[in-house]
Design a protein around this ligand. Sequence first.
Ligand code: C2E
Ligand code: MG
Ligand code: MG
Ligand code: MG
Length: 275
Amino acid sequence: AGKREGRHAVVAFDPEMLGEERHRRFVERELRAAILMNDLELAYQPVMRSSDRTVLSYEALVRWRHPVRGMIAPLDFVPVAEKSDLIHLLGDWVLRRACSDFQRLNTGAVAINVSPAQLRRPDFAEAFEAIIKESAIDPRAVIIEITESVPLLAKGAELENLARLRALGARVAIDDFGAGHASLYYLRGFAFDIIKIDRAYVSNIAEKSVDRMIVTAICTIARGLGVMVIAEGVETHEQAQVLSECGCDVMQGYLFARPQRLSDILRAGRDIAAA
Ligand code: C2E
Ligand code: MG
Ligand code: MG
Ligand code: MG
Protein backbone atom coordinates (compact mmCIF):
# COMPACT_ATOMS: atom_id res chain seq x y z
CA ALA A 1 0.00 0.00 0.00
CA GLY A 2 1.06 3.59 -0.58
CA LYS A 3 1.23 3.95 3.17
CA ARG A 4 4.20 1.62 3.20
CA GLU A 5 5.96 3.52 0.41
CA GLY A 6 6.42 6.54 2.65
CA ARG A 7 4.64 9.78 3.31
CA HIS A 8 5.03 11.21 -0.18
CA ALA A 9 2.97 8.46 -1.71
CA VAL A 10 -0.65 8.90 -2.73
CA VAL A 11 -3.21 8.37 0.02
CA ALA A 12 -3.35 4.65 0.51
CA PHE A 13 -6.28 2.37 0.51
CA ASP A 14 -6.87 0.94 3.95
CA PRO A 15 -8.98 -2.21 4.00
CA GLU A 16 -9.45 -1.85 7.75
CA MET A 17 -11.60 1.17 7.08
CA LEU A 18 -14.10 -1.10 5.37
CA GLY A 19 -14.31 -4.15 7.59
CA GLU A 20 -13.55 -7.62 6.34
CA GLU A 21 -16.86 -8.56 4.82
CA ARG A 22 -17.35 -5.28 3.00
CA HIS A 23 -13.75 -5.45 1.83
CA ARG A 24 -14.34 -8.88 0.36
CA ARG A 25 -17.46 -7.69 -1.45
CA PHE A 26 -15.61 -4.62 -2.72
CA VAL A 27 -12.84 -6.74 -4.21
CA GLU A 28 -15.21 -9.27 -5.73
CA ARG A 29 -17.30 -6.50 -7.24
CA GLU A 30 -14.50 -4.34 -8.61
CA LEU A 31 -11.49 -6.53 -9.31
CA ARG A 32 -13.03 -8.20 -12.35
CA ALA A 33 -13.69 -4.81 -13.91
CA ALA A 34 -10.23 -3.62 -12.93
CA ILE A 35 -8.64 -6.54 -14.76
CA LEU A 36 -10.72 -5.88 -17.87
CA MET A 37 -10.06 -2.12 -17.70
CA ASN A 38 -6.32 -2.67 -17.24
CA ASP A 39 -6.29 -0.94 -13.85
CA LEU A 40 -3.73 -3.47 -12.66
CA GLU A 41 0.00 -2.90 -12.95
CA LEU A 42 3.09 -4.98 -12.50
CA ALA A 43 6.01 -3.65 -10.51
CA TYR A 44 9.36 -5.34 -11.04
CA GLN A 45 12.02 -5.97 -8.44
CA PRO A 46 15.46 -7.21 -9.50
CA VAL A 47 17.25 -10.24 -8.13
CA MET A 48 20.93 -9.32 -7.83
CA ARG A 49 24.21 -11.09 -7.58
CA SER A 50 25.56 -9.14 -4.65
CA SER A 51 29.26 -9.54 -5.40
CA ASP A 52 29.13 -7.67 -8.71
CA ARG A 53 25.58 -6.23 -8.65
CA THR A 54 24.52 -8.05 -11.81
CA VAL A 55 20.76 -8.30 -12.28
CA LEU A 56 19.90 -11.97 -12.79
CA SER A 57 16.13 -11.68 -13.12
CA TYR A 58 13.11 -9.59 -12.20
CA GLU A 59 10.13 -10.59 -10.06
CA ALA A 60 6.72 -9.33 -11.15
CA LEU A 61 4.58 -7.99 -8.28
CA VAL A 62 1.00 -7.00 -8.99
CA ARG A 63 -0.61 -3.72 -7.90
CA TRP A 64 -4.13 -2.39 -8.33
CA ARG A 65 -4.42 1.26 -9.24
CA HIS A 66 -7.96 2.04 -8.10
CA PRO A 67 -9.44 5.24 -9.53
CA VAL A 68 -10.87 6.33 -6.16
CA ARG A 69 -9.04 4.37 -3.49
CA GLY A 70 -5.53 4.71 -4.87
CA MET A 71 -2.89 2.00 -4.92
CA ILE A 72 -3.94 -1.32 -3.45
CA ALA A 73 -1.23 -3.80 -2.43
CA PRO A 74 -1.45 -7.47 -3.44
CA LEU A 75 -1.97 -8.73 0.10
CA ASP A 76 -5.15 -6.62 0.16
CA PHE A 77 -6.75 -8.31 -2.84
CA VAL A 78 -4.92 -11.50 -3.90
CA PRO A 79 -6.18 -13.46 -0.84
CA VAL A 80 -9.77 -12.44 -1.65
CA ALA A 81 -9.30 -13.34 -5.31
CA GLU A 82 -7.96 -16.72 -4.22
CA LYS A 83 -11.32 -17.58 -2.70
CA SER A 84 -13.11 -17.22 -6.03
CA ASP A 85 -12.59 -17.72 -9.75
CA LEU A 86 -11.06 -14.25 -9.91
CA ILE A 87 -7.64 -15.68 -9.11
CA HIS A 88 -7.55 -17.37 -12.52
CA LEU A 89 -8.48 -14.19 -14.35
CA LEU A 90 -5.88 -12.30 -12.29
CA GLY A 91 -3.22 -14.98 -12.75
CA ASP A 92 -3.68 -15.09 -16.51
CA TRP A 93 -3.47 -11.29 -16.67
CA VAL A 94 -0.24 -11.26 -14.66
CA LEU A 95 1.35 -13.95 -16.79
CA ARG A 96 0.34 -12.29 -20.07
CA ARG A 97 1.63 -8.91 -18.96
CA ALA A 98 4.88 -10.28 -17.55
CA CYS A 99 5.56 -12.21 -20.74
CA SER A 100 4.90 -9.16 -22.89
CA ASP A 101 7.09 -6.96 -20.64
CA PHE A 102 9.90 -9.49 -20.67
CA GLN A 103 11.53 -8.42 -23.94
CA ARG A 104 11.70 -4.79 -22.80
CA LEU A 105 13.11 -5.72 -19.39
CA ASN A 106 16.16 -7.02 -21.23
CA THR A 107 16.99 -9.57 -18.56
CA GLY A 108 17.65 -13.28 -18.09
CA ALA A 109 14.37 -14.33 -16.54
CA VAL A 110 11.09 -13.10 -15.13
CA ALA A 111 9.58 -14.56 -11.96
CA ILE A 112 5.82 -14.81 -11.55
CA ASN A 113 4.03 -15.47 -8.28
CA VAL A 114 1.49 -18.23 -8.63
CA SER A 115 -1.01 -18.97 -5.89
CA PRO A 116 -1.95 -22.46 -4.70
CA ALA A 117 -5.49 -21.95 -5.99
CA GLN A 118 -4.11 -21.49 -9.50
CA LEU A 119 -2.03 -24.65 -9.29
CA ARG A 120 -5.05 -26.66 -8.22
CA ARG A 121 -6.80 -25.94 -11.50
CA PRO A 122 -6.30 -29.11 -13.57
CA ASP A 123 -5.64 -27.23 -16.82
CA PHE A 124 -3.33 -24.62 -15.25
CA ALA A 125 -0.14 -25.80 -16.98
CA GLU A 126 -1.94 -26.05 -20.30
CA ALA A 127 -3.26 -22.48 -20.03
CA PHE A 128 0.16 -21.28 -18.89
CA GLU A 129 1.84 -22.98 -21.82
CA ALA A 130 -0.62 -21.41 -24.24
CA ILE A 131 0.15 -17.91 -22.94
CA ILE A 132 3.90 -18.54 -23.09
CA LYS A 133 3.60 -19.71 -26.72
CA GLU A 134 1.36 -16.76 -27.60
CA SER A 135 3.96 -14.29 -26.41
CA ALA A 136 6.86 -16.19 -27.97
CA ILE A 137 8.87 -16.05 -24.74
CA ASP A 138 11.40 -18.81 -24.12
CA PRO A 139 9.85 -20.95 -21.35
CA ARG A 140 13.32 -21.27 -19.81
CA ALA A 141 13.13 -17.56 -19.00
CA VAL A 142 10.08 -18.08 -16.81
CA ILE A 143 10.30 -18.72 -13.07
CA ILE A 144 7.20 -19.76 -11.16
CA GLU A 145 7.23 -18.75 -7.50
CA ILE A 146 5.04 -20.78 -5.21
CA THR A 147 4.68 -20.20 -1.49
CA GLU A 148 5.90 -22.81 0.87
CA SER A 149 2.67 -22.82 2.84
CA VAL A 150 1.07 -25.12 0.26
CA PRO A 151 0.95 -28.77 1.33
CA LEU A 152 2.04 -29.68 -2.15
CA LEU A 153 3.14 -33.21 -1.67
CA ALA A 154 -0.28 -34.46 -0.73
CA LYS A 155 -2.07 -33.25 -3.81
CA GLY A 156 -2.05 -34.49 -7.39
CA ALA A 157 -2.99 -31.58 -9.63
CA GLU A 158 -0.42 -29.16 -8.19
CA LEU A 159 2.49 -31.51 -8.75
CA GLU A 160 1.33 -32.49 -12.22
CA ASN A 161 1.05 -28.86 -13.22
CA LEU A 162 4.49 -28.04 -11.89
CA ALA A 163 6.06 -31.11 -13.49
CA ARG A 164 4.57 -30.20 -16.84
CA LEU A 165 5.85 -26.63 -16.64
CA ARG A 166 9.30 -27.82 -15.63
CA ALA A 167 9.31 -30.25 -18.54
CA LEU A 168 8.67 -27.24 -20.74
CA GLY A 169 11.81 -25.63 -19.29
CA ALA A 170 10.30 -23.20 -16.77
CA ARG A 171 11.92 -23.08 -13.33
CA VAL A 172 10.13 -23.42 -10.00
CA ALA A 173 11.06 -21.37 -6.93
CA ILE A 174 9.89 -22.02 -3.38
CA ASP A 175 8.96 -18.58 -2.08
CA ASP A 176 9.13 -17.56 1.59
CA PHE A 177 11.14 -20.66 2.41
CA GLY A 178 11.20 -21.27 6.14
CA ALA A 179 8.07 -19.26 6.86
CA GLY A 180 5.61 -22.14 6.58
CA HIS A 181 5.44 -25.55 8.14
CA ALA A 182 6.74 -27.69 5.32
CA SER A 183 10.33 -26.54 4.73
CA LEU A 184 12.47 -29.62 5.15
CA TYR A 185 9.67 -31.93 4.09
CA TYR A 186 9.52 -30.01 0.82
CA LEU A 187 13.16 -30.60 0.10
CA ARG A 188 12.74 -34.36 0.22
CA GLY A 189 10.18 -35.06 -2.42
CA PHE A 190 9.55 -32.13 -4.61
CA ALA A 191 11.36 -31.06 -7.77
CA PHE A 192 12.24 -27.37 -7.84
CA ASP A 193 15.08 -25.10 -8.92
CA ILE A 194 15.30 -22.16 -6.54
CA ILE A 195 14.85 -21.53 -2.81
CA LYS A 196 13.91 -18.04 -1.69
CA ILE A 197 14.79 -17.62 1.98
CA ASP A 198 12.06 -15.74 3.79
CA ARG A 199 12.75 -12.20 4.93
CA ALA A 200 12.21 -13.31 8.56
CA TYR A 201 15.68 -14.93 8.52
CA VAL A 202 17.28 -11.93 6.87
CA SER A 203 15.96 -9.07 9.02
CA ASN A 204 18.00 -9.91 12.12
CA ILE A 205 20.78 -11.91 10.54
CA ALA A 206 23.46 -9.50 11.75
CA GLU A 207 22.32 -9.81 15.38
CA LYS A 208 21.04 -13.37 15.65
CA SER A 209 23.54 -16.20 15.33
CA VAL A 210 20.76 -18.78 15.03
CA ASP A 211 19.53 -17.06 11.86
CA ARG A 212 23.06 -17.20 10.45
CA MET A 213 23.25 -20.91 11.24
CA ILE A 214 19.90 -21.60 9.58
CA VAL A 215 20.81 -19.64 6.45
CA THR A 216 24.19 -21.39 6.26
CA ALA A 217 22.49 -24.77 6.59
CA ILE A 218 19.94 -23.95 3.89
CA CYS A 219 22.78 -22.91 1.57
CA THR A 220 24.64 -26.14 2.26
CA ILE A 221 21.58 -28.25 1.48
CA ALA A 222 20.85 -26.19 -1.62
CA ARG A 223 24.38 -26.67 -2.90
CA GLY A 224 24.02 -30.41 -2.41
CA LEU A 225 20.75 -30.41 -4.31
CA GLY A 226 22.13 -28.15 -7.02
CA VAL A 227 19.50 -25.46 -6.52
CA MET A 228 19.95 -21.70 -6.34
CA VAL A 229 19.31 -19.72 -3.15
CA ILE A 230 17.94 -16.18 -3.08
CA ALA A 231 17.72 -14.16 0.13
CA GLU A 232 14.59 -11.99 0.26
CA GLY A 233 14.12 -8.61 1.87
CA VAL A 234 17.74 -7.47 2.13
CA GLU A 235 17.67 -3.90 3.41
CA THR A 236 21.16 -3.11 4.71
CA HIS A 237 24.78 -3.50 3.62
CA GLU A 238 25.45 -5.37 6.82
CA GLN A 239 22.77 -7.95 6.04
CA ALA A 240 24.20 -8.38 2.53
CA GLN A 241 27.70 -8.85 3.93
CA VAL A 242 26.60 -11.45 6.49
CA LEU A 243 24.51 -13.30 3.91
CA SER A 244 27.55 -13.59 1.64
CA GLU A 245 29.54 -15.00 4.54
CA CYS A 246 26.78 -17.56 5.07
CA GLY A 247 27.13 -18.69 1.45
CA CYS A 248 24.27 -16.75 -0.10
CA ASP A 249 25.31 -14.26 -2.75
CA VAL A 250 22.04 -13.83 -4.64
CA MET A 251 19.68 -11.32 -3.08
CA GLN A 252 16.61 -9.21 -3.47
CA GLY A 253 15.54 -6.27 -1.37
CA TYR A 254 15.23 -2.55 -0.85
CA LEU A 255 19.02 -2.27 -0.49
CA PHE A 256 19.32 -2.94 -4.21
CA ALA A 257 15.97 -1.76 -5.53
CA ARG A 258 12.33 -1.42 -4.61
CA PRO A 259 9.73 -2.87 -6.95
CA GLN A 260 9.48 -0.35 -9.79
CA ARG A 261 7.32 0.30 -12.81
CA LEU A 262 8.71 -0.93 -16.09
CA SER A 263 8.84 2.64 -17.45
CA ASP A 264 11.01 3.73 -14.50
CA ILE A 265 13.37 0.79 -14.97
CA LEU A 266 13.70 1.63 -18.67
CA ARG A 267 14.27 5.33 -17.94
CA ALA A 268 16.98 4.54 -15.37
CA GLY A 269 18.63 2.24 -17.93
CA ARG A 270 18.66 5.03 -20.51
CA ASP A 271 20.10 7.49 -17.99
CA ILE A 272 22.94 5.11 -17.22
CA ALA A 273 23.58 4.58 -20.93
CA ALA A 274 23.63 8.33 -21.53
CA ALA A 275 25.92 9.13 -18.60
P1 C2E B 1 6.54 -12.20 -2.22
O1 C2E B 1 6.40 -12.89 -3.53
O2 C2E B 1 7.30 -12.90 -1.16
O3 C2E B 1 7.18 -10.79 -2.56
C1 C2E B 1 8.02 -10.08 -1.70
C2 C2E B 1 7.32 -8.92 -1.04
O4 C2E B 1 8.24 -8.25 -0.19
C3 C2E B 1 6.81 -7.85 -2.01
O5 C2E B 1 5.65 -7.24 -1.43
C4 C2E B 1 7.98 -6.86 -2.04
O6 C2E B 1 7.57 -5.55 -2.41
C5 C2E B 1 8.40 -6.91 -0.60
N1 C2E B 1 9.83 -6.57 -0.45
C6 C2E B 1 10.83 -6.68 -1.35
N2 C2E B 1 12.02 -6.30 -0.82
C7 C2E B 1 11.76 -5.92 0.45
C8 C2E B 1 12.58 -5.41 1.52
O7 C2E B 1 13.80 -5.24 1.40
N3 C2E B 1 11.96 -5.13 2.69
C9 C2E B 1 10.62 -5.31 2.87
N4 C2E B 1 10.09 -4.98 4.06
N5 C2E B 1 9.81 -5.80 1.89
C10 C2E B 1 10.38 -6.10 0.69
P2 C2E B 1 4.32 -7.02 -2.26
O8 C2E B 1 4.63 -6.53 -3.63
O9 C2E B 1 3.40 -6.22 -1.42
O10 C2E B 1 3.75 -8.50 -2.42
C11 C2E B 1 3.33 -9.25 -1.32
C12 C2E B 1 3.00 -10.66 -1.71
O11 C2E B 1 1.84 -10.69 -2.57
C13 C2E B 1 4.08 -11.37 -2.50
O12 C2E B 1 5.08 -11.86 -1.61
C14 C2E B 1 3.30 -12.47 -3.17
O13 C2E B 1 3.12 -13.57 -2.30
C15 C2E B 1 1.96 -11.81 -3.41
N6 C2E B 1 1.87 -11.40 -4.83
C16 C2E B 1 2.42 -10.31 -5.41
N7 C2E B 1 2.15 -10.29 -6.74
C17 C2E B 1 1.42 -11.41 -6.98
C18 C2E B 1 0.83 -11.98 -8.19
O14 C2E B 1 0.97 -11.45 -9.32
N8 C2E B 1 0.14 -13.15 -8.04
C19 C2E B 1 0.01 -13.77 -6.83
N9 C2E B 1 -0.68 -14.92 -6.77
N10 C2E B 1 0.56 -13.28 -5.71
C20 C2E B 1 1.24 -12.11 -5.77
MG1 MG C 1 7.58 -13.96 -4.71
MG1 MG D 1 8.72 -14.05 -0.72
MG1 MG E 1 5.73 -13.38 0.58
